[in-house]
Design a protein. Structure first.
Length: 88
């Protein structure tokens, strides 16, 4: 399940550099996550880095984009073909 950023985002930009997949960019009013690049941080970190670094807890799972852990791992490997994913 890709993450999305809620309306309470204050657009501080802190999450952008924390994403291992380059999935986050500045939007018009809030930061925005590209669901095609979000792996919930599977393969790179034990927890979603945007969520743990956010001061206002704006990132949240997007219920409209449910994916299995295997699908998320496959997405990570497609994005990073030369990188060995971590398993946690
Ligand atoms: Fe990037 Fe991880 Fe947040 Fe997804 S959950 S947008 S991969 S930091």
């Amino acid at each position: 399940m890709a993450y999305k950023i809620g309306d309470n985002c204050i657009a501080c930009g802190c999450c952008i550099s924390e994403c291992p997949n380059g999935a986050i960019r500045d939007g018009e009013r809030t930061a925005v996550i590209n669901p095609d690049r979000c792996t919930e941080c599977v393969g790179a970190h034990a927890q979603p880095q945007c969520m743990v670094t956010c001061a206002v807890m704006a990132p949240e799972p997007d219920p409209d984009r449910r994916e299995t852990r295997e699908q998320l791992l496959a997405k990570f490997q497609k994005l990073h073909p030369k990188r060995t994913p971590i398993h946690v």
